[in-house]
Design a protein around this ligand. Sequence first.
Ligand code: C2E
Ligand code: CMP
Ligand code: CA
Ligand code: CA
Length: 421
Amino acid sequence: MGQTTLKRFKAKEIIFNAGDEGDCAYIIDSGRVQIFIEKLGLEIPVNVLGVGEIFGEMAILDRSPRSASARALNEVQVSVVSRTQFEQRIEQADPIVKLLVSILLKRLRSNLGGGINAIAGQSSILVGGEGGSLEAKQNGDAQEGDHPDVKESHNQVIEKIKFEAELHEALKNDHFLLYYQPIVDLHTGRVAGFESLIRWKSDTRGMVRPDLFIGVAEETSLIVPIGKWVLRESFKALAAFNESLTKAGVSESKKADSLFMTINISGKQFLDPQFFSDVLALPEEFAINPKRVKMEITEKIFLSGNLSFFWLEKLRSMGFPISLDDFGTGYSMLSYLSQFNFDSLKIDQSFIRKIHTDDKTRIVVSAIVGLAKGLNIEIIAEGVEYQEQVDILKEMGCHLVQGYFYGKPMPFTEALSLINK
Ligand code: C2E
Ligand code: CMP
Ligand code: CA
Ligand code: CA
């Protein structure tokens, strides 16, 4: 961490000149500071700053020379803040924010004028982090002659901004759809439920898989409206599946124990103050027992803090079973198991993939199944593709399986005809 030191300047003393190298910013503790530029030998005042204001931040943001000169107008005391103090924060900042800041700085520099700006940015910390010099570009566009890494990182950020805009449009224009992947009961051999999995039908990109956009949606909080849509759509589908079973002669009493729906929930959705009231309204609206709707989360949800336990417990108290996805891939799975009462565990596909070819994997899965049984937690094996895997899982006493062997995620109508078979 950088240190803060005090510095004093007499009236009219120059604090720094335009074009100087700058590796610190200043906060004015007392007095007033004039910012000025020189053009054609004339001094042009740009601003006068007072107590509590900061200056000299531009050079530390983009590692460019001072964009203007600074002079004490009277007796001035400043706190000097070193670049390192900011550097760590800037490096950790969102790449899009970094890009926008760099564009802003570029514009400000070009408005201030002067040759100083053309030599800006030898090793930016704003974009790319490793020697990028995005601010050396006019108006934020990648320029001829830029280092290839800089162009690359600039283009990536621009691409991401466009991608986010497309996601917003997709939500507005109803371009998301839900697919349903069957989950099969190994005791009965019948479909016991479905996991709803989102798809984005893009005009330009075709059918986009969720792992390509869910992460971005989580970063921008777009996951909140998307997740809301997923919840409602999943309830709607489950209600339709139930209705079709009723028509096919499955009695009302059996219906309550019939299909379930597993819905993927992202931790960010908990930040939406409306989330719980929305969720609470759904079982009544669609006449669905909350016990038939498993809320599936991953370990990631706990990384944002202990509050997640509170919200999960709240969901559980509403009657929704909580399922822990991708079990076995995280860092602290066992500790979460002892801290929270999960209803289901989903063994990650990476284990199931090797269960029939690798002895060690088989032992690990068998131990997980045993652990879950001991804790009275339901086990779901995901990624089942071969009969051999089914046989092994059955023998281990695994109850529920999901995978291409039984069916890929499919559109609503296909899922409907599957349950009617
Ligand atoms: P997930 O929740 O672990 O979902 C299982 C993924 O494994 C699905 O990919 C599914 O198609 C795939 N899969 C299932 N069985 C097999 C198999 O036998 N072989 C292979 N190779 N793959 C199999 P998908 O649909 O592409 O979803 C990817 C991830 O995106 C999901 O992983 C989940 O984390 C996320 N996701 C999907 N829909 C939603 C959603 O509505 N909300 C949120 N927050 N995340 C979602
Ligand atoms: P930096 O470029 O490091 O050095 C000159 C400083 O003057 C600059 O950072 C800003 O802190 C400040 N500065 C530049 N332009 C203006 C402006 N238009 N108004 C106020 N302060 C400015
Ligand atoms: Ca899942
Ligand atoms: Ca999974």
